[in-house]
Ligand binder design. Structure first.
Ligand code: KIV
Length: 292
């Protein structure tokens, strides 16, 4: 088995000038394939609410729902670092609740770190408390989807000098609070590159350009479901699945599937290799003992 990816290993990667590859996953088979592909870290994102559950935004996913998906992902991963997103309101009420919820994602879910959204002036108490419980925290700045109503929609952030300065200061603040890495979502590439140069912890970009220390994409966006400027379709799995479903429906309707190779033959009547206890009974009942 390959060496498991740890938080210090990701930080060492940045120090050595290497890039970090990260994707979201929400289930066992996808996580297993990703892990085998050599991915560094897997985020069980609250984007699960939208891409897996068909909900309008990420706000409604609960702790129990997140845990359910975190468990599926960690069951399939042997090597990559699994980061679990903290759902909306799971870290906003009090530092105690934040630690309890982060702890559940680690202890019950099997994740190796948690991620939460927002700047230090709003999240400092929660981050300090979680870090003090020895749980690694990944920050998230720029377009923070849990703030969609406050932001007025899913828009690129940091486009004015003032907004850019605020994001840069926030990134430094999250580093000072002990975050081990920061996701930068939908901010100008130059700003993200500048932040990445000035921090010693890794930045993971999504719609934030090539100057980040790593990249993350939502799995469905890179497999053909995405419609954003920044999400490249690496393979049109959506199209392949759609075609497979159509082929199946068609073959059932024209009675081409199942073919002879997909059907079971009659029970084997062999004394040496009876197929099942039912076969044994049938064999004994049908045997002509006068020949023995
Ligand atoms: O929930 C999510 O998928 C995320 C990524 C977009 C970073 O937070």
């Amino acid at each position: 088995m390959n060496t498991p990816v740890t938080v210090p290993a990701l930080q060492a990667r940045k120090a050595a000038g290497g890039k970090i590859a990260m994707l979201t996953a929400y289930d066992y088979p996808s996580a297993q394939l990703m892990d085998a592909s050599g991915i560094d870290a897997i985020l069980v994102g609250d984007s699960c609410a939208m891409v897996m559950m068909g909900r309008r935004d990420t706000l409604s996913i609960t702790m129990d729902e997140m845990l359910h998906h975190v468990k599926m992902v960690t069951a399939g991963v042997q090597r990559a670092l699994v980061v679990a997103d903290m759902p909306f309101l799971s870290y906003h009420i009090s530092p105690e609740e934040a630690v309890r919820n982060a702890g559940r994602l680690i202890a019950e879910g099997g994740a190796g770190a948690v991620k939460l959204e927002g700047p230090p002036e709003k999240r400092a108490d929660a981050i300090r408390a979680i870090v003090n419980a020895d749980i690694p925290v990944m920050g998230h700045l720029g377009l923070t989807p849990q703030s969609v109503h406050a932001l007025g929609g899913y828009k690129v952030q940091g486009r004015t000098n003032e907004a850019a300065r605020a994001i840069k200061e926030a990134a430094k603040g999250l580093e000072a609070l002990g975050c081990f890495a920061i996701v930068l979502e939908c901010i100008p590439a130059e700003l993200a590159a500048e932040i990445s140069r000035e921090l010693s912890i890794p930045t993971i970009g999504i719609g934030a350009g090539a100057g980040c220390d790593g990249q993350i994409l939502v799995m469905h966006d890179m497999l053909g479901w995405g419609h954003t400027k920044f999400a490249k379709t690496f393979m049109d799995v959506r199209g392949i699945m759609a075609q497979a479903f159509k082929n199946y429906v068609n073959e059932v309707k024209i009675a081409e599937f199942p073919g002879p190779e997909h059907q079971y033959g009659p029970p084997k009547k062999s004394a040496e290799h009876p197929a099942s206890s039912k076969d044994i009974v049938e064999f004994l009942l049908s045997t002509d003992y006068s020949e023995w």
